[in-house]
Design a protein around this ligand. Structure first.
Ligand code: OGA
Ligand code: MN
Length: 211
């Protein structure tokens, strides 16, 4: 095992402990700097790929600029850097499965771009019994000079338990059904990758597809 591999395993161990106790974790410098730089470049070199983000899934998918104004595009396993990122997330998935005796079977993720003024109002990423998203991940690809903070609210009351200042390399992980959260208006362009570990839910006898 090389040293960055070893370091990442250590990061995951600590993260699982935090998730076990608090349901979430915020880890600075979780992802190797060179990979963050490459993924950031992927965003800068493909500006046309970003599309207005949707709310909800499948038929109910609609764009609603009252709720969110960011633009997104899905990661592609044909791209080497994106594959490297997905491999790290898969390592987390397998470790979570072992640690919590879960059967998370897949990970879906997209790049997100918030330009100045873009926001994502308070929301949940999953609703009990209606979604198969179990854990949310957010990884920041740049360090905006101002704005775009992620506010995480407690599950039982309406107070803010965490204010995350986006910083390149920081990884946030939380239980998708449990924590309402919001992205404050960006004051500087903000790039991230949001992703979801999913379990295999059966919806009227068919497996819920990933998009
Ligand atoms: C999301 C989300 C948070 C962030 O994409 O669902 O809540 O900090 N993102 O970008
Ligand atoms: Mn969200």
């Amino acid at each position: 095992m090389d040293s960055s591999n070893k370091q990442f395993s250590h990061t995951i161990e600590k993260m699982l402990d935090s998730i076990h106790h608090n349901g979430y974790d915020v880890i600075e410098n979780a992802i190797p700097e060179h990979l963050i730089k490459q993924l950031y470049q992927n965003c800068l070199t493909a500006p046309d790929k970003f599309n207005s983000a949707g709310i909800g899934r499948q038929q109910s998918l609609k764009q609603d600029a009252r709720i969110r104004t960011d633009k997104t595009f899905w990661l592609d396993s044909k791209n080497q850097e994106q594959t490297n990122y997905l491999a790290l997330m898969d390592k987390i998935r397998l470790t979570i499965n072992r640690y919590f005796y879960l059967g998370l079977f897949d990970y879906e993720s997209h790049f997100a771009k918030y330009e100045i003024g873009d926001f994502y109002k308070k929301h949940l990423d999953a609703f009990k019994g209606r979604s198969n998203r179990v854990f949310t991940t957010v990884c920041y690809l740049n360090t905006p000079s101002k704005g775009g903070e992620l506010l995480i609210y407690s599950d039982s009351s309406n107070h803010i338990i965490e204010k995350v200042i986006p910083k390149a390399g920081t990884l946030v992980v939380f239980e998708s059904e449990r924590f309402p959260h919001e992205v404050m208006p960006a004051d500087d362009v903000r790039y991230s990758i949001a992703g979801w570990f999913r379990k295999n839910n059966s919806v009227s006898g068919t497996i819920d597809p990933s998009s």
